[in-house]
Design a protein around this ligand. Structure first.
Ligand code: GLN
Length: 480
């Protein structure tokens, strides 16, 4: 049995199907198509087999096997898994095996999930196509000549290809939502602090969040509910209980106020078929009873520039720990400085080096105010503009990515064209707000298009409520 999380968990819990059978079916698909797609850095059949057997034992003995009983889940390869290599798709972590599980991994396991593998990604989550992986790119299951998006491309492709019913990714500037859009699946970035990052390898700590990929909106909300909640091991984890992400599903959108972000629909490089789908999505919400109108959120135009200062600055600091002493790779040198240099030169790929250099420069004494300081001020403006917009609207709408999936190699030569993929997703990271990408029809090339629903901090319930209405109204096939 494959398909939605809800259906698998229900069938396994009721003893209609065994978790080991569900797993066998998914491993069968992996055996057939993974060589073409390359969604995984590692397929963990042994771990999965043990977990599935344990779920089946619980069902047989009348114990509660958990809400995700027997659901095959894939994990982005920057989530620490005890005893299982975690590479961040980087050579610098070669040979490193984490001695502990990330909190999200523990929570999924306790809920009865079955881990099928660690997914490929852009090295240290820096990229938008999964081409910056030290282990080769992932391909889009809808068209193998195209990228799956990134940086969580492997996690998006794994769900789109039916290798897993759900997966986890991380989103610093769009790395869940953009690949979800390009692969035709649902992908959500939660509010900053809702999901513990204990055991997530850090990229840019003021932006990083872990979130789910799934085939349906309800599934994404369900997985999010399992992984969210306070964790004393993450100092940025929100205290107290938060409302369930699923709590407003099934209510329709009558009376809700929806603003369509004019600056993002009209962003440079926005493909006409993508913009047309967003207008159709807006019309569908309006037909379902929401009050929909365009809204201006002026400073989102500067989000991309601010992000590409702040994220590299934080990355340059976070990645200082890969020094040949503490983790993974070590290349010998005559003294410690030579050893550091040799290790980092050999261990990091070009994009990671570019970010470390950009970030170090932006933070250097003479330039700090002009670059990093200015970017932080832009961040404050974006937060204020969103606050203004949310005084009049419950949620906002925009495209997720400017185009459908592009050809492999199309954007690797020019970093800036790659960065432009993130123009619509970055503002939510800078503000710390949640956002979800929902598949909404296809483009003129027949490839999936995603529409993004943005909500204020802790607005997950209304965000998924609107996302569900879009899912119900999504055109099936055909061009925009
Ligand atoms: N594509 C963006 C970047 O390269 C976002 C990555 C992410 O969200 N991890 O930084």
């Amino acid at each position: 049995m494959t398909g939605p999380v809800e259906a698998i968990a229900r069938a396994v819990r009721q003893g209609e199907v065994r978790a080991v059978e569900v797993l066998a079916e998914h491993l069968g698909r992996i055996a057939r198509t993974e060589p073409d797609v390359h969604a995984f850095n590692l397929v963990t059949s042994d771990v999965a087999g043990r977990q599935a057997e344990e779920v089946d034992r619980a069902v047989a003995e009348g114990r509660d096997p958990g809400p995700l009983a027997g659901v095959p889940v894939a994990l982005k390869d920057l989530l620490c898994t005890r005893g299982v290599p975690t590479t961040c798709s980087s050579r610098v972590l070669e040979g490193w095996v984490p001695p502990y599980d990330a909190t999200v991994v523990t929570r999924l396991a306790e809920a009865g999930a079955v881990f099928v593998g660690k997914t490929n990604m852009d090295e240290f989550a820096m990229g938008s196509s999964t081409e910056h992986s030290a282990f080769g790119p992932t391909r889009n299951p809808h068209d193998l000549s195209r990228v799956p998006g990134g940086s969580s491309g492997g996690s998006a492709a794994a769900v789109a290809a039916g290798f897993a019913a759900a997966s986890l990714g991380s989103d610093t500037g769009g790395s869940i939502r953009q690949p979800a859009a390009l692969c035709g699946v649902v992908g959500a970035k939660p509010t900053y602090g809702l999901v513990s990052r204990y055991g997530l390898v850090a990229f840019a700590s003021s932006l990083d969040q872990i979130g789910p990929f799934a085939l349906t909106v309800a599934d994404a909300a369900m997985v999010l509910d399992v992984i969210s909640g306070h964790d004393e091991r993450d100092s940025t984890s929100l205290p107290g209980a938060q409302p369930s992400a699923s709590s407003r599903l099934g209510r329709g959108v009558a009376g809700l106020r929806v603003g369509v972000i004019a600056e993002l629909v009209g962003a440079d490089g926005m493909a006409p078929d993508v913009a047309a789908r967003v207008e159709e999505a807006a019309a569908a919400l309006s037909a379902a009873g929401a009050r929909v109108e365009p809204v201006s959120v002026p400073s989102v135009r500067y989000g991309l520039s601010a992000y590409y200062m702040i994220a590299p600055a934080e990355a340059s600091s976070n990645l200082a720990r890969y020094d040949g002493v503490r983790y993974g790779l070590r290349k010998p040198g005559a003294d410690i400085t030579e050893m550091y240099t040799a290790t980092r030169s050999a261990g990091f790929g070009a994009e990671v080096k570019r970010r470390v250099m950009l970030g170090t420069y932006a933070l250097s004494a003479g330039y700090y105010d002009a670059y990093y300081g200015k970017a932080q001020r832009v961040r404050t403006l974006i937060i204020r503009d969103f606050e203004d917009a949310y005084r009049s609207y419950d949620v906002l709408l925009s495209p997720t990515a400017p185009t459908t999936a592009f050809e492999l190699g199309a954007k690797t030569a020019d970093p800036l064209t790659m960065y432009l993929n993130d123009v619509c997703t970055i503002p939510s990271n800078l503000a710390g707000h949640p956002a979800v990408s929902v598949p909404f029809g296809r483009g003129t090339d027949g490839l999936p298009i995603g529409v993004q629903v943005l909500a204020p901090a802790l607005g997950e319930p209304v965000m998924f409520q609107v996302a569900e209405a879009l899912e119900a109204a999504a055109p099936t096939g055909g061009a925009a």
